[in-house]
Design a binder for this molecule. Structure first.
Ligand SMILES: *Cc1c(COP(=O)(O)O)cnc(C)c1O
Length: 456
């Protein structure tokens, strides 16, 4: 059996797969933050190019990937599908474990898969500059890289705790030619408002989003760009699952279980959505979304309308949420610290097409170290949530004596997260589970927002 299952460049997908027309239950529309009415294209046009707005609501099953985007994808795609022989052996499991490795991109994660088309469509629309937020720095560096390819300026509002913890992510952003500031910053009214109340705020994605949206809304030449959550982002990420499906078919396999970690839901959606389509058509499959116990959006949040940011500038999205005022504890899996979830992922969970689970930080680092010592790659802490679930499922297969096929997304490498590994080895990582009272308090802040009809 092959260890690396590789594709030729000509075997790459030439269209994104859009799950919206195939959903068994319809998606509730995003609502305007002021009027509470469904948002129209004109509401979004101030900060997004029309092509991306169209993709956000498209009912077309396939959307062509522009030639130029395909060409730029070839800088690192197709990505390899790996069989984790050594991990299987050490677990003594009858299961086959495969992982799709997205860490081969220049930024070291799956995020350039959407950064490149987003920069492309903005450039096509005549935009000169993009503003964005970044949590752990992966998105900021990915967008900086993509903007560089198209000659766009880029300003990144980076959550303060990561800005301080991950100086080399800042350096990457600057190397690719973008500007990066610590958020909350003094550059926006939203940032100054937070600083006035909490001068020592560690920042959060919600705050940084407010800053970037304010920046983009205030300048004619500038648009806003989001690295996860929105429909068009998950759409772009489906190149991952489409490639993986072709790769598995080459060794005559279809997965029993597909796994990904979830922050905003884009890498999980990217790998899982093409397979979930097969499930909707009748194939047997489990898809598992894995989140940190310290930010348990899918497992303990409520499914309802909430804002995407703290300053309530984004539309109200139908999603699982811990409340937009929720500031998660400073765990190291910085990329998973978001209060909300992609509406598509929330919809799939409510329709019982996917499952969700949460893990503690020390457990995921234990899984990460076992993986690194057997498979070589040092995984990002975020991705290690998926590894932990894959290991657990392989052990279940062992107990049941079943030869299951497990596929997970290794969304990125951990080369800029070695401080977190050091903390783990020193026994300094604290396991943190949200107290029910904290969740209640955060959710109380959104009790007056419109509720969602719980469909099926
Ligand atoms: C950003 C990031 C994530 C989380 O974001 P999603 O949108 O949920 O995919 C996961 N893994 C890595 C490596 C990341 O950079």
């Amino acid at each position: 059996m092959q260890q690396k299952i590789l594709l030729e460049e000509r075997e790459m997908p030439t269209a994104y797969y859009n799950i919206l027309p195939d959903l068994p239950d319809p998606m509730a529309p995003p609502l305007h933050p002021g009027t509470g009415k469904p948002v129209g294209p004109e509401d979004l046009a101030a900060i997004f190019p029309m092509e991306l707005i169209k993709q956000e609501v498209s009912q077309e099953r396939y959307i062509d990937i522009p030639e130029e985007v395909q060409r730029l994808y070839r800088l690192y795609r197709p990505t390899p599908l790996m069989r984790a022989f050594a991990l299987e052996k050490v677990l003594d499991t009858p299961a086959e474990i495969y992982y799709k490795y997205e860490g081969v991109s220049p930024a070291g994660s799956h995020k350039p898969n959407t950064a490149i088309p987003q920069a492309y469509y903005n450039k096509q629309a005549g935009i000169k500059r993009l503003a964005t937020e970044t949590g752990a720095g992966q998105w900021g560096s990915s967008l900086a890289f993509a903007c560089g390819l198209f000659g766009l300026e880029c300003k990144v509002y980076m959550v303060k705790v990561s800005y301080d913890q991950k100086p080399y992510r800042r350096s990457m952003i600057r190397t690719w030619g973008a500007e990066v500031v610590s958020s909350p910053s003094r550059d926006t009214a939203a940032g100054r408002a937070v600083l006035a109340e909490h001068p020592d705020s560690p920042g959060s994605l919600g705050i940084a989003i407010s800053e970037a949206v304010e920046d983009a809304a205030g300048r004619e030449d500038t648009n806003y760009s989001l690295g996860s959550v929105l429909n068009h982002v998950l759409l772009h990420q489906t190149v991952i699952g489409q490639e993986a499906m072709v790769q598995l078919a080459k060794v005559d396999r279809f997965p029993d279980i597909v796994i990904g970690c979830v922050g905003g839901g884009s890498n999980f959606g990217g790998i899982a959505i093409p397979f979930v389509r097969e499930k909707i058509k009748g194939k047997k499959l489990r898809a598992i979304a894995v989140e940190p116990a310290s930010c348990p959006t899918l497992t303990r949040g409520e499914y309802r309308y909430d804002f995407g940011d703290i300053a309530k500038m984004t539309p109200l999205l139908p999603m699982h949420t811990l409340g937009h005022t929720f500031v998660p504890p400073s765990i190291h899996a910085g990329g998973l610290r978001y209060h909300g979830m992609a509406p598509i992922i929330s919809r799939l969970l409510m329709s019982n097409l996917i499952e969700a689970r949460a893990y503690m930080q020390n457990d995921i680092f234990q899984a990460a170290v076992l993986f690194a010592r057997n498979e070589g790659i040092i995984p990002a802490p975020e991705s290690s949530h998926a590894i932990k679930a894959a290991i657990d499922e392989a052990l279940v297969a062992k107990k049941e004596g079943k030869k299951k096929v497990i596929l997970f997304n290794l969304s990125g490498h951990g080369h800029f997260d070695m401080g977190a590994y050091d903390a783990y080895f020193a026994g300094r990582l604290e396991d943190h589970e949200m107290h029910p009272d904290d969740i209640k308090a955060a959710l109380a802040d959104i009790k007056d927002l419109p509720v969602l009809e719980p469909v099926a």
